[in-house]
Design a protein around this ligand. Sequence first.
Ligand code: ATP
Ligand code: MG
Length: 432
Amino acid sequence: MSNRHFTDILKLMKQSRLFTKTLKEAPKDEISNNAKLLVRAGFVDKLAAGIYSFLPLGFLVLKKIENIIREEMKAIDGQEILMPALHPKENWARTGRWENFDALYKLEGKEDKEYALGATHEEIIVPLSKKFISSYKDLPLYLFQIQDKFRDELRAKSGLLRGREFIMKDLYSFHPDEKDLDDYYEKAKEAYFKIFERCGLGEKTYLTLATGGTFSKYSHEFQTASEAGEDIIYVCSECKLAINKEIKNKTPACPDCGGKDFREQKAIEVGNIFKLGTKYAEPFDLKYKDENGRENLVVMGCYGIGLGRVMGAIVEVCHDENGIIWPKQVTPFQTHLLALGQETEKEAESLYQKLTGDGIEVLYDDRDASPGEKFADADLIGIPTRLVVSEKALGKDSVEIKKRGEKEIQLIKLSDLKNLTDFISSPAKDSK
Ligand code: ATP
Ligand code: MG
C-alpha cells in the first residue's frame, strides 16, 4: 500500500491544527513507559485503567500495524470478516467457558437475556463456520478479523500492554486432519515472524514454547524482550528458541538443539499461536464429510496478536530519555518538518508542499513556538527523521536534517529534493 493512503487518513498535517498537544509531565497514574510516553506525546488518552482512546497520531500508528498484519494474514490465505463483540450467553455456556473464563465480562439485557462481551471468538466462529462447512471440499479454511476484545483483567497497569478493551487480530484455521493443521501452523509461524520484523520488533522477538493444552505438546508465543514484560522466558544461547517459565522446569534442554545454556529474560507476549485440535469442534459438533462419506470433526488452530500491545511493545523497546523513536514502518509520519522563526515560514511551507507532493508523509510544525519547544516535541513524538528550516540553513539554501536517536546533523540543499526524499526513506539505524 502506498504511503499516500495513510496521509489521507489524516488530512491535516500542520501541527498548529493537530487535535492533540504534548504534555510536559506524564500523568501521575501512569506507571509504564509506553503509557507515559504515548499519553505525553498525544498518541493515546486514558479513559480508565486499561481503556484507551487512539488519537490522530496513535491512530496512524495503529493503522500501519493493522495493515502489516492484514497483509501477512492475506498472504497465508486468510479471509477477513468482522464478528460481533456482543455474544449471547448460550454460546459461552456451550463450551463451559461462561463459568470458566475468568476475565469474561457478563451483562444482562432486557427480559433476563444474558450476554458476554467477546473476550475471544471461538464460541462465535465455530457455530458460524458450521453453517458453511459440510464437506472435505470446504476445507481448509482460514478466517480472521481485527476487532475489539474485552477482558476483565486484574492487572491493568501496563498501559497499552494490558487493556480491558483491546484490539486483537484473531485468525482461526479449519482443517480436515492434524497433518493439514501442522503444515498451516508452520506457515502461520513464518507470517508472525514477518509481522514482528516489519513492525521493528524482529531482533528482540523470540519464538517461545508454552503449554499446549490437551491436543499438542506445545503452543507458541512470540515474546519481545523487555523489562516492561510480565512474562519470563529462557532464551537458548545456541539457537535462540525460548521457553516460557511455565514449562521451563519440565524442559531442561532445548527441544530444538539440545542446548542447556539459557538466558533468563523478561518479555512481552505480543502474539500467540495454538493448535486447538477438536476442542471447540466437539461442543458445537462441527463436522465434515470426507471422500468416503464418513463424518469427522474439524481440526482447528487459532492465532492471535494484540495490536495495542504491539504498539506498546514498540514504544517500550524503541525510546530514549527524550521520547519515542518510531521504527520506519509504523511511524505516524515519515518526517517531522520544523520551521524555526517566522522568517522561515515561506520556505518551510514550500518544502512541505513539495515533499507531500512527492508522496512523503510530513508532520509540519508550523506553530508559533520556540525552537526549544519544537525540538523537545519532535524528540518526544519520535518521528524518525527531522527537517529543520532555520535562517542559518536557509543562508546556505539548505535544510538541516537529522535522524531521531542520532546526533549527526547534515545539510541538504533545498533544491536537491531527490537527496532529501532518499534520506527520509532510507532505513534508520538501529535505535537501541
Ligand atoms: P496474557 O497471558 O498476556 O494475558 P493471553 O494468553 O491471555 O495473554 P491470548 O488470549 O492468547 O493472550 O490473546 C492473543 C494475543 O492478544 C496475545 O498474544 C496478546 O498479544 C494480546 N492480548 C491478550 N490479552 C491482552 C490484553 N489484556 N491487552 C492487550 N493485548 C492483549
Ligand atoms: Mg490473558
